[in-house]
Design a protein around this ligand. Structure first.
Ligand code: TYD
Length: 139
């Protein structure tokens, strides 16, 4: 089960198709930007000040996260190392592909965090207990 942040996390710079009208970003299945088939899309917005979300790991799920508006912090933890990535630009994506604990915080009031996911929602794929995560991550 051991996964390292180095192997499981990738920052992706989406191609921006900008012109005098403004910007457009297109994300496609099985592309350099989204290296899986998207089965689910969800977005988090209107997050109250001081809230931390997430606080879980997934066994099988792959996700690409991006702030299409505003900003937030994504804390990532492989059981041995922690790192925080700030998503603050709609052209910046974060791929998480591995057994990584994640927490989202410091949402700006205008934050819309868009998540593209490789699987349908499945509570059985979640580890929500940090001690259990540590046990499984360092096994
Ligand atoms: P939750 O897991 O608390 O979200 P986060 O990890 O971002 O803090 O999810 C909140 C509720 O929404 C919970 O009842 C589960 C449900 N949910 C779905 O039904 N489908 C989904 O794709 C997600 C992410 C959550």
């Amino acid at each position: 089960m051991r996964t390292t942040l180095k192997d499981a996390i990738k920052l992706i710079h989406f191609t921006v198709r900008g012109d005098e009208r403004g910007n457009l970003i297109a994300l496609e299945n099985q592309s350099a930007e989204i290296p899986f088939d998207v089965k689910r899309v969800y977005y988090i917005y209107g997050t109250q000040a001081g809230v931390t979300r997430g606080q879980h790991a997934h066994y099988a799920l792959k996700q690409v996260l991006t702030c299409v508006s505003g900003s937030c912090d994504i804390l990532l933890d492989d059981g041995a190392e922690r790192k925080t990535i700030r998503l603050d630009n709609p052209a910046k994506g974060l791929l998480i592909d591995g057994f990584i604990w994640r927490e989202m915080s410091h949402f700006s009031p205008d934050c819309v965090l868009l998540v593209l996911a490789s699987e349908h929602y499945d509570e059985a794929d979640y580890v929500r207990d940090y001690q259990r995560f540590l046990t499984e991550a360092t096994r």
